[in-house]
Design a protein around this ligand. Sequence first.
Ligand code: 0PR
Length: 386
Amino acid sequence: MNIPETGLSEQELGERLHRAREKDTPFLSGRVLGSMCTAPHPASVETFRLFLDTNLGDPLINPGVVELRDEALEMLGDLVGAGPRSGGLFLSGGSEANFTALRLARDTTGRREVVMPRTAHFSFRKAAHALGMRVVETGLTETFEADVEDIKEAVTSETACVIGVAGNTEFGAVDDIEAIGEVGEDQGAWVHVDAAYGGFILPYLPEPVPFGLDVDGVSSVTIDPHKMGRAAIPAGCLFVEDEEVLMEGATRTPYVSTERQAGLLSTRPGAAAASMWAALNAIGHEGYRIQARSAVEIAEWFGGVMENKGATLIRKPGLGIVSLAVEENVAARELLAEEGWKVSLTTIVPGIRIVCMPHVTTENLTRFVEGLPNTLEVDDGRILHA
Ligand code: 0PR
């Protein structure tokens, strides 16, 4: 395809774009069951449009959006146990936040080893590769939390960073952050908690478990507003225990209107930051509480329904994530996609992952279950059949 010599008419543009858009599955169709993203809150959508041309990389032009970002960071800090000395960065998502955490760990400790459970998100591998760090992978408990004894053995005076996950990607399991904090602290390592997914759920549960900067030994936390926070993509945040550390190793930016930048991106969307502000203010604690508890309850209900259908849960649902054991999971995902249902995979044990994001309702899941055959069996490559 070539760039047209003269621009297309508005009508033609619209037609082509709508044709492409029709191929996507919008969250509000109720058929996206395996994503960690969701339809942004309507206020986030409006706000995104309003701030579309703003660039956080140039506060001179956009002090308004910078103000919204800073207010939003202050609000979010509360969720991750930030104290008066803490600082936060607004970044493009969990991957950039995890990358930045590893860079800070490397630069402050002068070490290059990353100890992380097998369940840690692949963004840590990307980051370690780019940062010249070495990954030491540790084992899991039977219920897919990090095995703390294994971490204890792996952490040495060479360890730059120990990672704990508060809501892991495949199962929603929460590692014992208090124990991991202690292990890391004993060896002078940076302890990073990845709460990209769990950060908007854990604080709202009837019995919240500690996972943030208020846990001894924890140096930084990732939390993603573009997941359960309902901000528009791309919105991720990193919080550190000590704000001063944040600018360590940050790059000088001599001619733009920031002095230094600690994140990977330079020009970056203010619209996403403003949309995060809008989501936080439009939803409020009450809305997030309802959302978090519904996700957990719906997942537990759905897990039970699937068990009654003869499915095996890999683990009891964690923070709204249901993982079903399906050996031929890639084929199953395709088969379900042919029926219009978009699920994702688990890999540690082959399976299918359903994430009960706010757009996933009991009505949608009931429709999904009704469309399934009576038994789930593996048979000549067809996984879900009658
Ligand atoms: N940390 C955890 C615990 C994650 O689950 C993820 C992404 C990240 C970090 C990285 O975050 P970014 O993708 O924002 O950089 N986990 C999602 C997943 O694998 C990513 C995703 C989101 C995939 C939506 C598909 C999708 O439709 O499920």
